[in-house]
Design a protein around this ligand. Structure first.
Ligand code: NI
Length: 178
C-alpha cells in the first residue's frame, strides 16, 4: 500500500452524534479517499483495533477499514478497505460472537448476526470486488457496515445494558482513563 500523507484522525466515542448518522456513498475512489483510508488504518493500528468506519473519525462517507491479522507474531499486515459496501447474501444460520468497538472503549458483549455474508464493494484501488466471509471477518464486516448506517453493536442489547455501557465509557472519560 503506497504511503501518503497521514491525516491525524481522532476516534470519537459514544455518545457523539456522528456515530448515529448515516454515511453517504462515495462517488469515486481517488487519492483523497486513499489518504483517508491510510489515515484510518493508521489510527486503527495505533488503537489497536481490527476495524474502523468513517463515522468513527467524524467522516460521513461509506468507507471502512479492517485488518484481522495478528500483529503479535511475524504475520504480514492484511488491510482490507471497503468503499460503498453492499450485502449480496446473508445466511439464515446465525453466529454469536463477543464484539467490542473503538468508539465504546473497554466494553464487550455477545452479538448475534448472520453467520456468513457475501459483500460487494469498491477496493483501495477503485476496483469492484466481492468477498464471502464467516466467523470473525463476517462479524467485523457487518459491525462496520452498521456503523455506516448509524448503528452500534450496543443497539442490539437491552436499553439497560446499553445505558450501563455508555455510562461506563463516560466515567472512563471523566477519569481520563481512555
Ligand atoms: Ni465499532
Amino acid at each position: 500500500m503506497p504511503m501518503s500523507t497521514k491525516k491525524n484522525y481522532r476516534i470519537v466515542t459514544v455518545p457523539d452524534p456522528v456515530l448515529k448518522q448515516i454515511a453517504q456513498p462515495v462517488d469515486k475512489v481517488d487519492d483523497a479517499i486513499r489518504t483517508q483510508m491510510d489515515g484510518m488504518l493508521a489510527v486503527m493500528y495505533d488503537a489497536p483495533g481490527i476495524g474502523l468506519a468513517a463515522n468513527q473519525v467524524g467522516l460521513l462517507n461509506r468507507v471502512f477499514v479492517m485488518d484481522l491479522s495478528s500483529r503479535t507474531e511475524e504475520e504480514e499486515p492484511n488491510p482490507i478497505c471497503m468503499v460503498n459496501p453492499q450485502i449480496l447474501y446473508e445466511s439464515e444460520e446465525m453466529s454469536v460472537m463477543e464484539e467490542g468497538c473503538l468508539s465504546i472503549p473497554k466494553q464487550y458483549a455477545e452479538v448475534e448476526r448472520p453467520a456468513i455474508v457475501r459483500v460487494k464493494y469498491i477496493d483501495y484501488n477503485g476496483k469492484d470486488a466481492e468477498l464471502e466471509a464467516q466467523g470473525l471477518l463476517s462479524h467485523c464486516i457487518q459491525h462496520e457496515m452498521d456503523h455506516l448506517n448509524g448503528m452500534l453493536f450496543i443497539d442490539y442489547l437491552s436499553t439497560l445494558k446499553r445505558n450501563i455501557m455508555i455510562k461506563k465509557v463516560h466515567k472512563l472519560k471523566k477519569q481520563n482513563l481512555l
